[in-house]
Design a protein around this ligand. Structure first.
Ligand code: BEZ
Ligand code: FE
Length: 278
């Protein structure tokens, strides 16, 4: 096909995907082309602007490695991660809501017993976290695998600390016979997402801030239930209504209460969705 112009090129590109054997891949590629072309038309994208876009994406790729995932940051700050989470986790009322995974989960975190301290040397005010894991009918979920991870008092995850050999402020626990869980850690504090790369440049150019409200990350797995990936957010945080990655849900906000001895306590009960319902 020759002499394609701005009126005919979109259909010509879509036709080039006509023989895609996987129908889902065909649907995605067709829609992607349609929407990308529509976007370029709508903003009347100049060649110079598109070249800047390519340079930006190239920088996103170059800064990404095993420890730094700038593509996740980009997806998160554009709300695409949260949109995908929301569309795919439309759980029945009463279930704990899901939110973004974020780039700081790691496999192989240490296992802890009930009541143990997952901080493992991370800086921060001492805090106890406890609650239950239950099903929709209120039944306890014993033996649920609970992964928790959080930033330290300086807003850094262990994986962001150059040269740190041990896992800090992350761990894996199992719920007890009544679905109960309990561990010690450090007080969750608000922190900025990494903004020393191209995503940070985008935030500055658009006068957006990089802050996330204080939170704990959880991933909870139990046979017969959907895996839950979520956060518990700290009530009162000034960034709850302007999270840089759009992840806050009212039902995930909990009170961190300072105890007379100066430690903190947060209690949160998780409710899992049965695997078959979704
Ligand atoms: C996080 O909460 O760990 C996170 C989520 C999205 C982007 C950056 C960090
Ligand atoms: Fe986080």
């Amino acid at each position: 096909m020759r002499n394609l112009n701005q009126d005919t090129i979109t259909q010509a590109v879509i036709a080039r995907f006509a023989a895609t054997p996987d129908p889902r891949l065909k649907e995605i590629m067709t829609s992607l082309v349609q929407h990308l072309h529509a976007f370029a038309r709508e903003v009347k994208l100049t060649e110079e602007e598109w070249f800047k876009g390519i340079e930006f994406l190239t920088r996103v790729g170059h800064i990404t490695d095993g420890k730094r995932q700038e593509f996740i940051l980009l997806s998160d700050t554009l709300g695409l991660s949260m949109l995908t989470v929301a569309m795919n986790n439309d759980k029945p009322a009463g279930c704990t809501e899901a939110t973004v995974f974020g780039p700081f989960h790691v496999e192989g975190a240490p296992h802890y017993e009930h009541g143990e301290d997952v901080a493992n040397g991370a800086t921060g005010q001492p805090c106890e976290v406890r609650g239950t894991v239950r099903g929709m009918g209120g039944e306890p979920v014993p033996g649920a695998v609970i992964e928790v991870w959080q930033a330290d008092a300086e807003g850094k995850y262990d994986v962001q600390r150059e040269g740190l050999k041990q896992h800090q402020a992350r761990g894996v626990l199992k719920s007890g016979p009544q679905g109960e869980y309990r561990f010690k850690s450090i007080l969750a504090e608000a922190y900025p997402i990494p903004d020393d790369g191209p995503v940070g440049d985008m935030l500055r150019a658009t006068k957006r801030h990089p802050w996330r409200p204080a939170h704990l990350h959880f991933m909870i797995r139990a046979p017969g239930y959907e895996t839950l990936i979520t956060h518990v957010f700290r009530n009162g945080d000034k960034y709850l209504d302007s999270d840089a990655v759009f992840g806050v849900r009212e039902s995930l906000v909990a009170d961190w209460v300072e105890q007379p001895d100066g430690t903190w306590l947060v209690e949160y009960d998780f409710v899992l969705n049965p695997a078959s319902s979704g």
